[in-house]
Design a protein around this ligand. Sequence first.
Ligand code: FE
Ligand code: FE
Ligand code: ZN
Length: 277
Amino acid sequence: MLHIGCHLSISKGFYHIGQEAKSINADTFQFFTRNPQGGKAKDIDIADVQKYSDFAKTHNFAKIVAHAPYTLNPCSDSPQTREFAQMVFADDLKRMEHVPHNYYNFHPGSHVGQGVEIGIKMIIDLLNQILTKEQTTTVLLETMSGKGSEIGSRFEELAAIIAGIDLHEKMGVCMDTCHIFAAGYDIVNNLDGVLCEFDKIIGLENLKAIHLNDSLMPLASHKDRHAKIGEGEIGQQALINFVKHPAIKNLPIILETPNDLSGYAEEIKMLRQNIEK
Ligand code: FE
Ligand code: FE
Ligand code: ZN
C-alpha cells in the first residue's frame, strides 16, 4: 500500500488537515510547525489533536511529517541565530509529543563560509543538547540541493551528522527527489546506484520519508526549484520508478510540488494508479 500525501496548511488545525488530506485520497501529509519564516507557533488544541488521532486511526493514516521553519539555521555564524534555532527546535519537539510517533524534518543548515566541518559540528552540538531519550518523534535531516553553503547535499555529510549524535536512534533522513537530483545524484539513469550509495554511506534503514518533487533545474545544478510531477528534468516515469522501488515504496511520500489542492489530488491519483496495480 502506497502512503502518499502532500504539504498542507495546519492553520485550521489537525482535524481539518486530516479531512483535507482524506478528500484528496492522501493518507499522510506534511505541515509547517509555525510559519516558514519562524515566528510564534499556535497553541496546540488538545481536543483537536484527539479528534485528528481518532480520524487518522480510522482511516489508516501513515506517519506524518512536521517541517521546521526555513530560517532555522543550527550552523549560523551568529550565536543568536543558533540560540534561536535551538529554542525553536526544542519547542517544536515538545509540541510534537502531542502527536506522538511522527517525524520532524529540518534543513541541516548553511555554514555561511565557516566550512562544512565546523557546520556539521554545530548541527551535532545542537541536536545533542535537545534530543531526549523520552521523545517519540524521529528527527529527519533533509537531503539538500547544495545551494550556497548548504550542508546535506552529500550523503557523507548526513552520515557524519548522524554519527555524531548520542541518541542516533532518534535520527533519520528525508530524501527530497528534487534536491538530490539538483545535488548531482542521477535518479533518472542510475536509481539503483544512487540508492545503493545511500545504503553504503547512511544505511537504508535510516531512510524514513520522501519528498517527491520534479526539478525545474538540471542534474547537479545545485538549484532548488520544484516542479510538478512530469514538468521537470526528472520526469514522470523516473518518479514513478522511484516510488515503485522496494527501498522506497513503503515510506510516507510527501508531494511538495507547486500545486493547489486539486493539482495534488491529480498527482496522487496518477501515482496510485501507476503503483498500486
Ligand atoms: Fe524542506
Ligand atoms: Fe523538501
Ligand atoms: Zn526544495
